[in-house]
Design a protein around this ligand. Structure first.
Ligand SMILES: [Zn+2]
Length: 63
């Protein structure tokens, strides 16, 4: 078995002092370990979900 992380149903949060590259909001917690080389590319949760490409189709009132 691969070594299991502390994934006992809980997200592991990494605390730090970062900044969202989009809105400039401070980010103090991340659900993943940020890559040191990409600290300038971090985004807060808001921007992160905003940046997600919308699902194709969407709810366009059906047929
Ligand atoms: Zn943001």
């Amino acid at each position: 078995m691969a070594n299991q992380q502390d994934y006992q149903g809980q997200t592991q949060w990494f605390e730090g002092d970062w900044k969202c590259k989009d809105c400039g909001q401070a980010i103090t917690k991340l659900p993943f370990k940020p890559d040191e080389n990409r600290l300038g590319e971090l985004r807060c949760r808001d921007c992160h979900s905003k940046n997600r490409p919308p699902a194709r189709g969407g709810f366009r009132g059906g047929r």
